[in-house]
Design a protein around this ligand. Structure first.
Ligand SMILES: O=C(O)C(=O)C[C@]1(C(=O)O)C=C[C@@H](O)C=C1
Length: 393
């Protein structure tokens, strides 16, 4: 294609892309109007029936226009997820008048470009007020900053789909008075990052956070003769590589983070599992009120009495109150060998009957129960449309 013809088509594509963005922004405004109505009339944010109808219609229209069902579904899952999360954030803000800050000082692990930094950006992009990032070197420093009002919020990774729970964060939660006020999941796409144009075979030293090495153990086993150096955060690894400017040194981090340090990505998808996500919690000094129209989660920590079946009995309380437990984690109690603290995430709102009843029942049969927080659930399961439904005329 001659240069000017290529330029002309690209020009048209650029215009269409801008138009798409304008339309998406307009759609977002309309969904915010929907949220206003939902606030006034106490209607739940999520309406899966409406989403289903919308998807069926769009898949049919897409097929007529030559776009396959999978593509249309993927696109609209992203659009609807954004809409639900924005509406939830709006409702949460209204339920906590006066809580919005002009400046959100947020403590997180590492520096610019760390996964925690990217998660922080994502979470606060939906919230009013400016963001001031407070990078820290350890989880205890993060907690300390919020406890001593040097930061307003902390964003902490709590679990990863490949490497499991982050025990150190659970242990910090045992001793703090801070409350969990939010959660988010963020895709973790480990990439090999270098400062100079080079190849994998030349790499002799590799910097990464220990959790990252665990998540990429299969890739590391294949690498062979490389010195692996653990470092306190992904951003420190990227900074180190950008400072060294050598063609035999690499870091593992995200592509987005690496670009902040001028690093090049030479191999992506390094994690053992293709779907690699981390779940982060957001903590603050004061708890939040979660409106009942928003799906909520409650996290508690408890220790049971020392008798056979004590944990089962506690879990039965959840079942009896029809509460879905989404996570159970146990951690040792320092100084009390063989005793455990149990951390439970469950679906439900502390202001609602079932969770209140369950908490009362748990208080009666356990040694200790503390609610670590009740917060809007940000795990938005995508609405599925049966293929037959979408294809029928
Ligand atoms: O129509 C609504 O009730 C909306 O909130 C909008 C919308 C969407 O973005 O299309 C989002 C959430 C609901 O689950 C259904 C649809």
């Amino acid at each position: 294609m001659p240069d000017d013809a290529l330029a002309q088509v690209r020009d048209q594509i650029t215009k269409l892309d801008s138009e798409l963005l304008r339309l998406l922004a307009e759609r977002r405004k309309l969904t915010n109007e929907v949220a206003e109505t939902k606030i006034r009339h106490h209607i739940p944010v999520r309406d899966v029936k409406r989403e289903e109808q919308l998807l069926v219609k769009l898949i049919k229209e897409g097929q007529k226009a030559g776009l396959d069902a999978h593509y249309v579904t993927q696109l609209f899952h992203v659009i609807i997820e954004d809409s639900v999360l924005n509406q939830q954030a709006m409702l949460a803000e209204r339920a906590n008048p006066g809580s919005a800050l002009p400046l959100n000082r947020v403590a997180f692990l590492g520096d610019k470009g760390s996964y925690s930094y990217l998660a922080t950006q994502k979470y606060f992009s939906r919230r009013p007020g400016e963001l001031l990032e407070v990078g820290c070197q350890s989880f205890s420093e993060i907690i300390h900053k919020v406890e001593h009002t040097e930061a307003d919020y902390a964003v902490l990774p709590i679990e990863n789909t490949t490497s499991g729970s982050i025990n150190e964060v659970y242990d910090q939660l045992q001793h703090t008075q801070l409350s969990i006020i939010g959660e988010l999941t963020h895709p973790i796409r480990h990439t090999l990052l270098v400062a100079k144009d080079t190849s994998i075979s030349k790499i002799r030293t590799l910097y990464a956070h220990p959790q990252v090495f665990t998540q990429c153990s299969h890739f590391l086993a294949e690498l062979g003769n490389v010195e692996v150096k653990t470092i306190d955060s992904t951003s420190s690894a990227m900074l180190k590589v950008s400072e060294l400017q050598r063609d035999d040194v690499a870091a593992i981090g995200s592509e987005a983070g690496g670009s902040l340090y001028g690093l090049l990505a030479i191999k992506s998808n390094l994690a053992n599992q293709k779907e690699n996500h981390s779940r982060f919690i957001v903590v603050a000094r004061d708890p939040v009120v979660v409106p009942l129209q928003v799906p909520a989660k409650t996290t508690l920590v408890m220790s049971t009495v020392q008798k056979p079946g004590a944990l089962v009995e506690a879990l039965m309380v959840l079942r009896d109150n029809r509460i879905n437990m989404t996570k159970l984690e146990s951690r040792p109690i320092p100084g009390n060998p063989w005793e455990e603290m149990f951390y439970i995430d469950m679906e439900g709102n502390v202001q609602d009957g079932p969770v209140q009843k369950a908490l009362d029942a748990l208080r009666a049969i356990t040694r200790y129960v503390k609610v670590l927080g009740c917060y809007p659930s940000e795990e938005i399961s995508p609405t599925k449309v049966a293929a037959a439904n979408a294809l029928s005329e």
